[in-house]
Write a protein that binds this ligand. Structure first.
Ligand code: GLC
Length: 721
């Protein structure tokens, strides 16, 4: 349908019919949905099948006055029928191509059931693991998040939204939802323009550049202005500055929440405020009931612009030409191929936090499998309440893979309860075992929306179980499943081999066993820092250096009576940015991880050591290269990362920033050359000192840090003049 035809259609619409196109009703009963669609509702959230979608479309097309087909929206976050690892785990895989494949799988499954619009990817950056929704994003880093957001948008949308395997993607939650005060979901955010431009807005700019069809407004305020009423950002930045021509959809009840935010006196005022600010579609449990008077308070051109955006999206999806789905082609179960794909993804998401050589397991004869995840099927993670295919158990998969071993399955403790009475039996069994596999973690229910936690340690008596097993002297492995970084300080020194497996989805148990037995290499890298203590939060690697960077932390000791420490020899340590009672830095940093293989790196080289700003502005780039050799007898993955350190800038720069990465498998003895382009986008930053922010590359010295682990990073200098 051309824009002319869309305009003609809008001209024929009544005010009520226009409002109908600007609302999506959240999880209506099917019979109610038919009634609403007959009356002109333009979008619904979630019909549960292809048949249900077709029945709704028939009502829309044949029984409503204008016959406009409906959009069917749903949270397809990390899979529809076949559940992939949670997005945070996908980020840990450092494999954008795989993220695209997983999104494409999800899109094909969901579209076959009539869904046309997903509220994903989540582009929120977070440095606060207390926030339950870190599970749904890609972590703390701008480049990693932006890269994965682009990859997911490509996977969902493909090259053609009319395709029966594509979904309209929605980048959410615009903006800065991942930085709530106190890590409490929905809480206020007081981000500076410097933070907004250089951190929180960047992944959304990437999503818009990638052609995302939608953007969802966030629940939070930014500097006191609720995002659902934030004209400066929704219209000024997103639509006017970036030229976003898609649909801005509210979050569930986000418009009505403006009354609770105390910026609107009633629902009608909230709706008017939101549409005037730049929202195009209101999402709620029931259509907003506006009087004609309230409707006329919304500028007519704004209303028509919003309706045009919605109709254009329906046109991009091909709904005017054919709104129906082939019910015989509906995918309702995982396939062998989809299971293989998510199993591989779950294994590649695993991060080897520590390994004393216990992994990979050889062929143990006697194995104790313990911990609440030993026989749990709760591996899907958040946002799988709709259709996700259940997972099996780690115990069952180990039985399948080690048929000749004697397996004792003794969970020992629950996820949350304080009952430790099962621990002695585990200890007794461990004494006669070759190895103990402790399957611990955070159940899915403690992760996701409205699931912030103030204590990030393993819940219940899991830590006691780990310490008790450590006390037996039998070799053991800890497998951690979670939707966030955990605080492991109270036991990690007793556990020489620990794998972070996240919530890995439908095939998580098989993937974990693949990793335990060495069939897959757990070469993922942490997408978020793991704090030593909740007291460190927010914590991330791209922090400012401060005017007094610390070199030591945790200087308080029992015998220190005078912590004044006025002597000059203490000055350089005392008055620096640290905690008196905690070591410096996180337990495990962003980018931490390794592999079952071992690698040796050459020295990084650059194509040129000097480049002009003008050349960079004209598109020139420097390449930085690193040769890596697999020095082990097994294939393995290396993840080479490149960080930029701006030595002196007009505003305090982060101590370093990830600007490029590549994960690659190397066979035994193989040497591979990793090469990355470093140009304006990698060296510049947003200056927000003027009314109109501008992206600048400043002259000066830059250090490029290149390597695959923090310990092996090497740097090379680049002069920009
Ligand atoms: C929820 C979430 C949002 C989701 C929407 C619809 O409250 O904040 O991410 O897409 O409602 O379920």
């Amino acid at each position: 349908m051309s824009m002319d035809r869309i305009r003609e259609l809008i001209d024929r619409m009544t005010l009520r019919e226009k409002l109908g196109q600007l609302q999506i009703v959240f999880r209506p009963k099917l019979e109610d949905a038919a009634e609403l669609v007959r009356a002109g509702l333009g979008s619904v959230f979630w019909p549960p099948s292809a048949a249900a979608t077709n029945s709704l479309q028939r009502v829309a097309v044949e029984e409503s006055r204008l016959g406009i087909p409906v959009l069917v929206g749903l949270d397809v976050i990390h899979g529809q029928r076949t559940i992939a690892p949670v997005p945070l785990a996908q980020a840990a895989g450092f494999d954008p191509a795989l993220v695209t494949e997983l999104a494409a799988l999800a899109a094909a499954e969901a579209r076959s059931g009539g869904v046309t619009w997903t509220f994903s990817p989540m582009a929120d950056i977070s440095r606060d693991p207390r926030w339950g929704r870190v599970v749904e994003g890609f972590g703390e880093d701008v480049h990693l998040t932006s890269t994965m957001v682009r990859a997911m948008v490509r996977g969902y949308q493909g090259g053609d939204l009319t395709s029966r395997t594509s979904l309209a993607a929605t980048a959410k939650h615009f903006v800065a939802y991942g930085a709530p005060e106190g890590g409490r979901d929905y809480n206020g955010v007081d981000a500076s323009d410097h933070q907004l431009r250089n951190v929180h807005l960047e992944p959304f700019r990437a999503a818009v550049e990638e052609g995302a069809a939608g953007v969802m407004a966030a629940f939070n305020t930014v500097a006191g202005v609720p995002m659902h009423a934030n004209r400066r950002l929704l219209t000024g930045v997103l639509k006017d500055e970036w030229g976003f021509d898609g649909v801005v959809v509210g979050d569930a009840e986000g418009v009505r929440n403006l009354v609770a935010h105390r910026v609107a006196g009633d629902e009608a005022a909230a709706v008017v405020l939101a549409f005037e600010a730049g929202l195009d579609v209101e999402m709620g449990g029931a259509p907003a009931d506006l009087t004609d008077e309230a409707l006329t308070r919304i500028d007519g051109r704004r209303l028509d612009d919003a309706v045009a955006r919605v109709l254009a999206l329906k046109e991009r999806l091909g709904l005017f030409d054919d709104p129906y789905v082939d019910e015989d082609a509906e995918i309702t179960e995982p396939s062998a191929r989809s299971r293989r794909l998510v199993r591989r993804a779950a294994a590649r998401a695993c991060v080897l936090l520590r390994n004393d050589g216990t992994l990979p397991l050889g062929s143990p004869r006697r194995v104790v499998v313990t911990g609440p995840y030993a026989d749990s099927t709760d591996h899907l993670g958040a946002w799988t309440q709709y259709f996700g295919a259940r997972a099996g158990t780690i115990a069952d998969r180990l039985r399948d893979r080690l048929p000749d071993a004697v397996l004792e399955i003794l969970p020992g403790v629950g996820f949350l309860d304080e009952d430790g009475s099962g621990i002695p039996a585990v200890v007794a069994a461990a004494h006669s075992a070759d190895v103990v596999v402790i399957c611990a973690g955070e159940p899915s229910a403690l992760s996701g929306e409205a699931a912030s936690r103030s204590d990030l340690r393993l819940p219940g008596r899991q830590e006691d179980l780990i310490r008790a097993v450590a006390g037996t002297g039998t070799p053991f492995v800890v497998v951690l499943e979670s939707g966030r970084p955990l605080v492991v300080a109270d036991w990690i020194e007793h556990a020489p081999t620990v794998v972070a497996a996240w919530h890995g989805g439908t095939e998580a148990p098989a993937a974990i066993v693949d990793v335990l037995l060495g069939d897959e290499d757990p070469a993922g890298r942490l997408p978020m820092s793991w704090p030593r203590s909740v007291g460190q939060i927010p914590i991330h690697y791209a922090h400012e250096n401060t005017g007094r960077p610390a070199t030591t932390g945790g200087t308080l000791s029992a015998d220190e009576t005078d912590v004044g420490l006025h002597g000059p020899d203490n000055l350089q340590d005392k008055f620096t940015s640290k905690y008196l009672d905690l070591e410096l830095g996180p337990q495990f940093s962003f980018g931490h991880g390794s592999s079952y293989a071992t690698f040796a790196c050459g020295s990084p080289t650059v194509s040129r050591e000097h480049v002009e700003c003008s050349a960079l502005d004209a598109g020139a780039a420097v390449t930085v290269s690193l040769d890596v050799t697999n020095t082990s007898a097994r294939s393995g993955d290396d993840v080479v990362q490149v960080y930029v350190e701006d030595v002196v800038a007009s505003v305090a720069p982060p101590v370093r920033r990830l600007v490029a990465f590549e994960r690659r498998t190397l066979t035994p003895g193989e040497t591979a050359s990793f090469t990355f382009e470093i140009g304006r986008d990698q060296l510049g930053f947003w200056m927000t000192d003027a009314a109109q922010p501008r992206f600048v590359v400043e002259p000066g010295v830059f250090r490029l840090h290149v390597g695959s682990t923090l310990a092996s990073m090497q740097s090379v200098e680049l002069l920009v003049s």
